[in-house]
Design a protein around this ligand. Structure first.
Ligand code: NAD
Length: 284
């Protein structure tokens, strides 16, 4: 029987440790680390994510500046706001909650955030830093959290075969790169991969970031594998679930993350860690 990786508990421990660091920062510099959170429109899922991020800020002693902008906000307004926050020395991190309404082009707007304040790690400079193994960069939060969750199992990533399902810029690609950084042999699968199960069955570490309920069934998982389920879906009963058929995979795998309570809380903990990292560099 596999063990369930308690992402919520692991995130809680990390946040508790960060509390001491943010307190020390505040004492040294006379202000808290500060994160600007920009949300445009009323997307209900985004509203929940933003609320959780702001709550986490409160819990670890980070100041949050919340900008809730109307659905019809013009690009020029957002550009001016990002510019103002980039220049504000007391703002350490800037986050624009995605998705943006269709009239706003995230591909054009996100790159305007200074790479030093890009706590989501989405900028070309920060992705480049990851590619070049430059640890001063701000790396994408979800992949950072995934690596911590894998390490929490006690397995040594080096030499293991890691299979990543999904190749998005936010999750699939950066997590593959981080697994490589940790000396895994990495295979990336995606929507055009033929015979997905042939690859997933070879995985000592299986990371699934697709967004399709029950994409991964027990017959696609190697005995004893570490399974990280990144997906967030709603099942027919309206309940949150991941991409992995949890019930059937649990008895076969070595470790598995639940949804909810796995990757999600760690993503937020890593956002806090990135904000603290950006704040320390901002005051140097
Ligand atoms: P995305 O839509 O950008 O990418 C999905 C990827 O899945 C694509 O690269 C695509 O090639 C691949 N794919 C699609 N169908 C496939 C199939 N049948 N077989 C193999 N690969 C297939 O999504 P994303 O932003 O990477 O997010 C993936 C999932 O993770 C979503 O459910 C999202 O909500 C969730 N997510 C969770 C967190 C978290 O903190 N828990 C963070 C980010 C994303």
């Amino acid at each position: 029987m596999g063990k369930v990786i308690d992402g919520k508990a692991i995130a809680g421990v990390l946040q508790e440790k960060m509390k001491a660091q943010t307190a020390y920062f505040s004492m040294q510099f006379g202000r808290k680390p500060s994160l600007a959170v920009i949300m445009v429109g009323e997307d209900p899922a985004s509203a929940v994510y933003v609320r959780n991020k702001i709550r986490a800020c409160e819990a670890v002693g980070i100041n949050s500046q919340s900008y809730k902008l109307p659905q019809d906000t013009e690009a020029s307004y957002l550009i001016d706001l990002i510019d103002k926050l980039n220049k504000d020395s007391a703002t350490d991190g800037i986050l624009v909650q995605l998705p943006l309404p269709s009239h706003l082009d995230a591909k054009k707007l996100i790159p305007l955030i200074s790479s030093k304040k890009d706590v989501d790690g989405f900028s070309a400079k920060n992705i480049g830093a990851l590619m070049l193994d430059d640890r001063t960069g701000l790396y994408s939060c979800t992949p950072l959290g995934i690596i911590q969750l894998i390490k929490s199992t006690g397995i040594n990533i080096a030499g293991k075969h890691a299979v990543v399902v999904g190749r998005s810029n936010e999750v699939g690609k950066p997590v593959a790169m981080m697994l490589l950084q940790n000396h895994a042999t990495v295979t990336i699968c995606h929507s055009k991969t033929e015979s997905l199960g042939d690859y997933t069955r070879m995985a000592d570490i299986l990371v699934v970031a697709v967004g399709k309920e029950k994409l991964i069934t027990a017959d696609m998982v190697k005995e004893g594998a570490v399974v990280i389920d990144v997906g967030i879906n709603r099942n027919a009963e309206g309940k949150l679930c991941g991409d992995v058929d949890f019930e059937s995979v649990l008895p076969k795998c070595g470790f598995i993350t639940p949804v909810p309570g796995g990757v999600g809380p760690m993503t937020i903990a890593m956002l806090m860690a990135n904000t603290l990292k950006a704040a320390k560099r901002n005051v140097q």
